[in-house]
Design a protein around this ligand. Sequence first.
Ligand code: ZN
Length: 173
Amino acid sequence: MSSTATGVSSTSTVVACTNCGKRNRVSAVGDGVPRCGSCHTPLPWIADADDSTFAEVADAARLPVLVDLWAPWCGPCRMVSPVLETLARERAGALKLVKVNSDVAPQVSRRFEVQAIPTLVLLKDGKVLDRQVGAAPAPVLRSWLEQHLPPSSAHDASHGTNAGGAGQVEGES
Ligand SMILES: [Zn+2]
């Protein structure tokens, strides 16, 4: 048994800004959305949590949270993790990725009735929106997220509807 006494919930990671490359320190816990200190672009938010920190890292988050329940011995988990990190980067500012090592988080595992890993749980305000069991390729996971979350890039779908007859437009100057 290791006896590494980690400080409670004071974890942070260094994330490079996807826009300007500046390295920012991002706390696992916090209100709102982490932004680059230099250019204010939303930063990808990828945090770890366990039984003692899950409530403040995941349940208390204002953003939708994608929980990745994994374990070090799980091969498919190692394939899915980078995909999830890519999706978290695509949705920086709109999604928080929280990784939970299920081996050391029995309470969280019980709460989400984890039978097999990886288990992915989509949370909003501490409530389960949906879950996905097993590894899946990036396009599947991306469209799974899109079913529940707003599109990552807002389209300005303001097509001028021309309710008249199909007239020929002459207006070239
Ligand atoms: Zn930046």
